[in-house]
Design a protein around this ligand. Structure first.
Ligand SMILES: [Zn+2]
Ligand SMILES: [Zn+2]
Length: 272
């Protein structure tokens, strides 16, 4: 399994000099296993992923399974700028998510409708499929993606990809402190080879003014990795106001509690 980080920032893109080592694009993670491509979230990092996929495909058809945790802007804003959706009618993309209010297809189409964007989704050439999922299990050519609800305003799904004997967990936008969701995220992460987890705030920021905003912090990320038996932790969804230096200091502190932790950075690759 090969994991590549295309967007690691939370809430809004922050292309500022003091952020660029970790990166300013919002959530997007690519996972390759066998000949399958899995994508977790379509934040602004999704645009560069599209360019890279097109370069590698060199004119051949592309396909991928795209799992959207939820529909806040930082998780969907790259969709209108993902070139492989427009250019090749043989490309095929399967979107998986849960929109409890409108349905998945309508939710995604509406975010590009007049007057929000000049091109709407039915002008995209690629074949698009929409799979409305809920908590549960999706089987895809020998791999399995399990999904569970996390604690976030308007809901958010966490995902566990099991493929070729390896397990990757993508669990972002989750606030600790609710017994049911705390249990969900630990169950999802159980024994995983790699856990990508929301560490938006510093613990002291969370305590002082961010309760109820739907996000976690590095100290809780350490709790989740140690209590679930996951092997390696990647801190993800960095706060827009956290500079590279701030994230460096978080990693240093976190390693006092658990050695196999790093912070997600744009362009980072992890081979499992
Ligand atoms: Zn987010
Ligand atoms: Zn969110």
């Amino acid at each position: 399994m090969l994991v590549r980080f295309w967007g690691v920032r939370g809430s809004t893109p922050t292309p500022q000099a003091e952020n660029l080592r970790y990166g300013g694009n919002t959530s997007c993670v690519e996972v390759r296993s066998g000949n399958q491509i899995y994508i977790f979230d379509c934040g602004t990092g999704f645009r560069n992923l599209g360019k890279s996929m097109e370069q590698q495909a060199n004119g051949k058809a592309l396909s991928a399974h795209i799992f959207l945790s939820h529909f806040h802007w930082d998780h969907i804003q790259g969709i209108p700028f993902f070139a492989p959706l427009y250019e090749n009618a043989k490309n095929e993309f399967v979107f998986h998510s849960s929109s409890r209010t409108r349905g998945l297809q309508r939710t995604l189409e509406e975010q590009m409708s007049d007057p929000f964007f000049p091109v709407n989704m039915n002008e995209m050439a690629a074949k698009r499929l929409y799979v409305d999922i809920d908590e549960g299990r999706t089987e895809l050519n020998g791999s399995v993606v399990r999904s569970m609800w996390l604690n976030h305003p308007q809901g958010c799904l966490g995902f566990r990809l099991e493929a070729e004997g390896q397990v990757l967990v993508y669990a972002t936008d989750n606030e600790p402190g609710d017994a049911l969701f705390d249990q969900n995220v630990r169950k999802l992460a159980e024994g995983a080879d790699l856990l990508i987890y929301d560490a938006q705030y510093l613990p002291e920021e969370y305590e002082a003014r961010k309760r109820g905003w739907g996000h976690s912090h590095w100290r809780e990320a350490i709790n989740v990795v140690t209590q679930s038996g996951a092997k390696e932790l990647v801190l993800f969804h960095h706060d827009p106001d956290h500079t590279d230096e701030c994230i460096d200091s978080v990693v240093t502190k976190a390693r006092d509690y658990y050695p196999r932790v790093r912070a997600a950075a744009e362009g980072m690759e992890i081979r499992l």
